[in-house]
Design a protein around this ligand. Structure first.
Ligand code: AMP
Length: 395
């Protein structure tokens, strides 16, 4: 894969797909700028070479056309700030005459941020006409939007065909390299920790991991489907009733492949999902009545932490409980601490996007693990062995 290190951007206008899909509060203030920070090295390289950068991104999920709250104009001043005061222009549309004019007038060392690509419904369909219009804005195409690389959209994929010169940005390259390192290093023990709400979202990655890992730790809501499938009583805990056969099949496959499947022995249970609600600890085979599991229990934490601390490769995707509520975040915190400990002892640890990445960063462990991925869905698809359209288009 060609990267931006293979290109001298001097005098060139780079059309760069970034992933600036950051959360904004009611006052349009950025509440977490990790995704913007992650693009800085790529943008600096382009500008330092003597080039200029025209940025495309989506933000949120606008339904039909422009919506004020999803406008990328809210990001302009922060982008300038994190780029060390670089001049950032803004175009009110990602294609068309205003964008073309501003792109043509852009000077070396400057940035032009375009309006949300998803204000065009065609974007998500990978529309070629829209992509062709986008392509008029730059001389070189750079994709640094790992979080969107699994989508064959106009700005992530289709647009690439209109460029002779195209390359991966540093973030995209780093994400792929780190994912490869986890899957291919061969270091042992390899421990994967899967959590979150649903097995159904993670079946393919779990199946792939069963061929690679020594330990598979399962926490979060998805564990209750396993206990129910084994004949346990799980009270009101979240269960995917149509996935119980699959859970039994995964248990059988893990055994056949010699993978240690660690399900949580116990849970913190409650009757109300709210801070301050009464909680108990229950064995996961016997959660009674209207009690429901909302976090892994103390025994499970101990077993999980011991297993993680002894590992050489750690992959973590998905929280161990409803970690958004501090009372139910202890299991997720214990796992984060164990991953940090393993990393300190020399393990390579990758935190896969979404909620587990947010948890690790908010607990202050972002720089104490080997790599925090910016891509949830994209990372899982890549690790499942699928070719990402955004990466393929650069080939
Ligand atoms: P996912 O997007 O599949 O990684 O799921 C993340 C979500 O799962 C988070 O919002 C958690 O609050 C939720 N979650 C984790 N454990 C539980 C649980 N025991 N019961 C209900 N929701 C949970």
């Amino acid at each position: 894969m060609k990267t931006i290190d293979d290109i001298n951007f001097s005098g060139k206008k780079a059309l760069v797909r970034v992933d600036f899909n950051v959360p904004l509060d009611k006052n349009n203030k950025i509440t977490d700028d990790n995704r913007m920070q992650a693009a800085v090295p790529t943008l600096k390289k382009i500008l330092n070479d003597g080039g200029s950068a025209i940025l495309m991104s989506h933000l949120g999920r606008p339904k039909d056309g422009p919506e004020e709250k999803y406008s990328l104009k809210h990001l302009v001043s922060h982008l300038s700030e994190i780029m060390g005061g670089v001049k950032v222009h803004f175009a009110n549309d990602c294609v068309g005459s205003e964008a073309e004019e501003k792109a043509s007038q852009l000077k070396a060392g400057e940035i032009l941020l375009l309006e949300n690509t998803r204000f065009y419904p065609e974007e998500s369909k990978g529309d070629e006409k829209l992509a062709k219009q986008m392509s008029k804005l730059g001389d070189v195409y750079v994709n640094d939007a790992f979080g969107s690389a699994h989508r064959a959209h106009s700005s992530t994929t289709t647009v690439a065909q209109f460029f002779d010169e195209k390359a991966a940005g540093y973030l995209l390259k780093a994400e792929i390299d780190n994912a490869d390192k986890v899957m291919e290093s061969g270091d042992k023990p390899f421990t994967a920790i899967m959590g979150g709400a649903k097995i159904s979202d993670k079946i393919e990655i779990i199946e792939r991991l069963l061929d690679k890992v020594d330990n598979l730790i399962i926490g979060g809501a998805m564990s209750y489907t396993f206990f129910k499938a084994m004949g346990g009583e799980v009270g009101k805990s979240l269960v995917e009733a149509d996935k119980m056969d699959l859970a039994n099949e995964l248990i059988r496959k893990a055994k056949a492949k010699g993978v240690h499947l660690h399900l949580p022995i116990d849970s913190v249970v409650t009757q109300k999902i709210e801070e301050g609600a009464e909680t108990r600890v229950a064995n996961n085979h016997a959660i009674q009545g209207d009690w429901m599991g909302v976090d892994i229990g103390p025994e499970a934490r101990q077993v999980f932490a011991d297993t993680i601390a002894k590992s050489k490769i750690v992959l973590w995707n998905g929280p161990m409980g409803i970690f958004e509520i501090p009372d139910f975040a202890e299991g997720t915190r214990t796992v984060a601490e164990a991953v940090v400990k393993a990393t300190e002892k020399g393990a390579f640890s990758l935190i896969g996007g979404g909620d587990s990445a947010a948890a690790v960063i908010s607990m202050g462990y972002g720089d104490k693990v080997s790599y925090v991925s910016t891509g949830g869905g994209a990372l899982l698809e890549y690790m499942e062995g699928k070719e990402l359209p955004g990466v393929k288009a650069l080939g």
